[in-house]
Design a protein around this ligand. Sequence first.
Ligand code: HEC
Length: 165
Amino acid sequence: MAAPKDVLLPHSADGIQEYDNPMPAWWLGIFYFTIAFTIVFIPYLWGTGWTQEGQYEDEMAAAAEAYKVPESAVATAGGDASGDAAAGQATFASMCVACHGADAKGGIGPDLTDAEWIHGGTMSQIQQTVTDGVPAKGMLAWGPVIGAKKVADVSAYVHSLGGGQ
Ligand code: HEC
């Protein structure tokens, strides 16, 4: 015979009493499931070394790889905007003044401070001209000589002289 149900316990709190019944089966089921889950899950965590942070970092690294912008796209689109005009001024003083003049108003090479451009006055066009030069006209290809970083810097400086578009 099953244990008698709905037997009141003798104590009372402000008139509230309770039965001495077992926990409902559905509640015990969930409770035992959480214990079983822990027994499986904790060794899984320790065994695989999985962490939220690790998963996050892996996904960020994969995204950085997947969405990497090729160097060539930078040169043809808006140009490399990371150039530092102040640093570029020093490069200009040592490499460019001989032909473009100390004030960049021209000499052997054209004035770089006005809005007149032979090869275009946008950041990417200036970078293009400085990188590849115009060998036939005496403007050297500076890309291989000073490197992409200094090209970006000196282009930012030229672009800032007033004629940049
Ligand atoms: C040996 C002389 C010489 C030197 C040094 C020189 N340039 Fe030039 N540069 C020229 C000449 C000549 C032209 C004109 C090319 C043409 O007529 O197509 C020119 C053109 C340019 C143009 C394009 C101007 C336009 O109107 O489109 C830019 C920008 C430029 N130079 C930047 C520089 C920078 C920056 C440096 C230093 C890293 C430099 N140049 C060093 C001779 C020189």
